[in-house]
Design a protein. Structure first.
Length: 346
């Protein structure tokens, strides 16, 4: 098993990617080898400064870097020796089993799609994110790949989400719902109503509409939405938890509350860890013929280590093969109408 890391991707590259790789290799749960892709001299210098050497760590030189403000399609054509393109090509040619980048999200999606191609039956890939709650997690997708979705895209997201949830959690079923503004059938946009019709016809455990609050309870296992709504929901949740924990901490630090603060600290620390995005590492890009994980641009070394462990789990789950097999069967009885092929603006 070889996991490819874009060493030059992210706000704090290459340092956090190298440190994250070192932490992964030191973890007793790690079984894979790592290929760090980027400027070899810089990577070697960092490894020497840490006096680190391992037979499980390899370096693939790439002279160019995809910057955060680069156009995904233009850079794909013009930066053929970028760490991102070279890394994804390693997966395409079978020299790597998964790819991880904390770099330009749009470029990671575009490069993965252009190099690895789509799984038959999937028109647009989706990015999935596991959201924590008291009894486990809810898979929310899409969280950023397809801002303007068609009804058939949401159908495919629902099928892929069901497969991913069952494979990752080893569950027999996955309860799928569609994001709306209420549980009633008459609520929702034309896009949502048409997508609901398709999801009801699919061979999945579809339970109807979900509301935003259902992301953080155990009512559904998979919640489907367009990339615009999903991305806003994800970032709103991350910001809310960060603000909430900061406000609680500032109030517990007051002298009059120090005794209570000592009592609550273990619980507070546990909750901070549960909702820390760095504990989840990366979000898989679903629907492409290969494993590609998108990490936060602001990821730290813990996030990169956890993204590597996530990639390891995805490789072991044979996820791509499962999606290829099941999505064809799930779509076999679906007939798309002209409306299902359109972006509905009203």
């Amino acid at each position: 098993m070889k996991i490819v890391v874009d060493a030059m991707g992210g706000d704090n590259a290459p340092f956090i990617n190298i440190e994250g790789a070192i932490q992964y290799l030191a973890d007793p749960k790690s079984v894979g080898e790592i290929i760090l892709v980027g400027r070899e001299e810089l990577i070697q210098e960092e490894l020497r400064s840490r006096s680190f050497n391992s037979s499980r760590l390899h370096i693939q030189h790439a002279s160019q870097v995809v910057e955060m403000n680069d156009s995904p399609t233009r850079s794909y054509k013009e930066k053929k020796d970028s760490s991102m393109r070279v890394g994804i090509e390693l997966v395409k040619t079978g020299q790597g089993d998964a790819f991880i980048s904390a770099g330009n999200t749009g470029a990671t999606m575009a490069y993965s799609l252009l190099s690895l191609g789509r799984i038959p039956g999937v028109d647009r890939p989706a990015v999935g994110a596991f959201m924590p709650h008291e009894e486990g997690t809810t898979l929310l997708l899409d969280v950023g790949a397809v801002a303007q979705a068609k009804p058939k895209n949401l159908l495919q997201f629902g099928i892929m989400g069901s497969i991913v949830y069952r494979k990752i959690t080893k569950s027999e079923t996955a309860r799928v719902a569609l994001m709306s503004i209420g549980e009633e059938a008459e609520k929702g946009t034309p896009l949502v109503k048409e997508a609901k019709r398709l999801l009801e016809a699919a061979d999945i455990d579809f339970l109807g509409y979900a509301e935003g609050r259902d992301i953080f309870n155990n009512k559904f296992d998979v919640i489907v939405t367009d990339g615009f709504t999903g991305n806003v929901s994800l970032k709103l949740a991350e910001s809310t938890f960060e603000t909430l924990f900061t406000m609680i901490k500032s109030r517990l630090d007051r002298p009059s509350r120090l005794i209570g603060a000592r009592l609550i600290k273990p619980v507070f620390t546990e909750l901070v860890g549960i909702f820390d995005p760095n504990n989840y590492g990366g979000s898989p890009l679903l629907g492409i013929r290969g494993i590609s994980l998108i990490a936060h641009g602001s990821s730290n070394e813990k996030a990169i280590k956890n993204a590597l462990l996530e990639a390891q789990r995805l490789i072991n789950s044979n996820l791509i093969e499962a999606i290829e097999q099941e999505i064809t069967a799930s779509l076999s009885d679906i007939t798309y109408t002209e409306l299902d092929e359109q972006i509905i603006h009203h």
